[in-house]
Design a protein around this ligand. Structure first.
Ligand SMILES: Cc1cc2nc3c(=O)[nH]c(=O)nc-3n(C[C@H](O)[C@H](O)[C@H](O)COP(=O)(O)O)c2cc1C
Length: 209
């Protein structure tokens, strides 16, 4: 696996999801859970290409195309582990304690660093640009789940560290927003109850009196 597959071409006129398929699509969205720890098998190159393409379908105000995704897999994960350890030392940790971050880079067969190219001072606020990358990450998590794999979105101390960002080639105006870990979950997802819609949604019918 030497290169990330090319982007899937958009059909001239994308068909809507066939009505019969809607329950399956919604079922996938509603059943997604994060998986951890993650191991082989990883998505194939074609599957990974599709997963990455879903990030690029996130809404993007102003067509700024802020996604800067960096795929780390195979032996490159060892180098990422080095970067994690060096970053922790840079944050003031002693070398022995910083070593614990090395295994984080090996916690899944594929890691996608979530980079964002931010345009400061643009009429599209930075928050919206970052949301576009976050929405892309969410699309990827759903695609990972739909394909039968496990995913986990993680930041932690290294997820925002500019030292790690620089090691990944993300230099200002690019920012590192965290990582998506991708593989196959090694244990069933937790069955913790999901939030209740009634606790998070209300209908507004006009200004409060
Ligand atoms: C931006 C972001 C960063 C996160 N970083 C971490 C993290 O560093 N460590 C962690 O245990 N969970 C982190 N999480 C939470 C997990 O990704 C996950 O959502 C959580 O374990 C709940 O699992 P669920 O997705 O099945 O609800 C993060 C979530 C988001 C959205």
């Amino acid at each position: 696996m030497t290169s990330v597959p090319a982007s899937t071409a958009l059909p001239a006129s994308p068909p809507a999801v066939p009505r019969d398929d809607a329950p399956a699509v919604l079922g996938a969205l509603l059943s997604r859970r994060s998986g951890w720890p993650l191991a082989a098998p990883a998505p194939s190159d074609d599957e990974l290409g599709q997963i990455l393409d879903t990030a690029l379908r996130a809404p993007d105000h102003g067509d700024l195309r802020p996604w800067r995704l960096v795929v780390v897999r195979g032996a490159a994960r060892d180098a990422l582990g080095d970067a994690f350890v060096q970053a922790a030392i840079g944050r003031g940790e002693d070398a022995a304690s910083a070593e614990r971050f090395r295994r984080k880079a090996l916690a899944a067969p594929v890691i996608v660093a979530l980079g964002a190219r931010v345009v400061e001072g643009h009429k599209i606020p930075v928050e919206e640009q970052l949301l576009t990358v976050g929405a892309g990450a969410m699309n990827m998590l759903n695609a990972i789940h739909a394909l039968g794999y496990g995913g986990f979105w993680s930041t932690g101390a290294n997820g925002h560290d500019p030292r790690v960002a620089a090691a990944l080639g993300l230099r200002a105006p690019d920012r590192l927003l965290g990582f998506l870990y991708i593989g196959t979950a090694q244990q069933p997802s937790t069955t913790a109850p999901r939030p209740d819609r009634r606790d998070h949604v209300r209908e507004w019918s006009g200004p409060a009196a």
